[in-house]
Ligand binder design. Structure first.
Ligand SMILES: [Zn+2]
Length: 331
């Protein structure tokens, strides 16, 4: 299926090859830069989005914590039983131990990933309704909203812990998530609670930024968001030609003669204004290398970066679409 996988003897060799490719085909900035305009009518929608986003984020985080945490209790409980019993073979204990650790990490990261992503999606949705083109405003509002969602999520998690956890688990989770809130009477927050809150916020910020940076493109002429088209992959050689063409800006009108077998290393992305038909082309290179790690197991290193980007006229968009559109319209 994947016929373009290059093989290396070690991770170091694979990463060195990736670095050489990056030197040869360096990362380029996107030709599309949002104008940053926030129309007056977008503000109430953005603020509404921030308020609803905080609720959605708290709900998403709490749900993931409750469900994933409930599932995590199974391997953790089994591990505790094994350690106390000391009768099970060591390899079985190791397997259960690994599953328990993976489940704890997944629950922890998943909780704050869900929170940050949900907040950013709600804020972005309302921002787009108001045709806001400022990623900075979206990010600032999302971060404020994430901080609020995080505190609500902590409160909800405290309530869950107080209801369902018991014994040493209860004590540990109490230290991690604290008891009560400052200014609400008897609260009990250890340094670990604060570290947990900061780590949670850092994770939420990471996922909020990730979601916010994927904002759709906007045609300033037509005041309309653009559509993104899924394109066929192109070969490495073709991608190199394109990247060079885009660097000399001779590419904007060009679009013919491309070889697309759908499995190459070059991935073009085309954005099109639904009204005037103009748009953008971004070209990504997908580096993928197979190697054997320290334990002799076969692994894959993968990295994608933008090697070319340009604005396209209506003709340019049509031209590239006629060659590389993944699903041609059935008209
Ligand atoms: Zn347009």
């Amino acid at each position: 299926m994947e016929s373009h996988l290059r093989r290396f003897r070690s991770r170091e060799e694979a990463l060195a090859a990736c670095a050489r490719w990056k030197q040869f085909l360096p990362v380029v900035p996107s030709a599309y830069q949002p104008s940053g305009i926030v129309p007056a009518e977008a503000w109430p929608l953005l603020l509404l989005g921030a308020a609803l986003g905080a609720g959605a984020g708290a709900l998403a985080g709490t749900l993931v914590f409750a469900v994933a945490g409930g599932l995590t209790a199974v391997p953790v409980g089994l591990l505790v039983a094994i350690v106390e019993g000391r009768v099970i073979p060591i390899y079985f204990t190791l397997i259960v131990g690994c599953i328990a650790v993976a489940a704890v990490i997944a629950t922890y990261v998943g909780t704050f990933a869900a929170l940050g992503t949900a907040v950013a999606k709600v804020v972005a949705y309302f921002g787009q309704m108001g045709k806001s083109r400022s990623t900075t405003i979206a990010l600032v509002l999302s971060l404020l909203s994430s901080a609020t969602a995080l505190l609500m999520c902590f409160l909800a998690v405290q309530l869950i812990i107080a209801r369902v956890a018991s014994g040493p688990t209860h004590e540990f989770l109490d230290v991690l998530f604290g008891r009560g809130f400052i200014g609400m009477g008897a609260y009990q927050w250890s340094p670990l609670t604060w570290i947990n809150l900061m780590t949670g916020f850092a994770l939420a910020v990471y996922f909020t930024r990730k979601t916010t940076s994927n904002a759709p493109r906007f045609c300033e002429r037509c005041e309309q968001f653009m559509d993104e088209h899924e394109m066929l992959r192109i070969s490495f050689e073709e991608a190199v030609n394109w990247a060079q063409g885009l660097r000399d800006e001779s590419m904007a009108q060009y679009g013919g003669g491309m070889l697309a077998d759908g499995t190459g290393l070059g991935l073009p992305k085309v954005f099109e204004c639904p009204i005037c038909g103009a748009g953008y082309l971004d070209l990504y290179l997908n580096f993928k290398a197979g190697f054997y790690d320290e334990n002799g197991a076969s692994s894959i290193a993968e990295e994608s970066w933008m090697i070319g980007s340009c604005a396209l006229t209506r003709e340019g968009v049509e031209n590239i679409k006629s060659w590389l559109l993944k699903e041609k319209p059935s008209t």
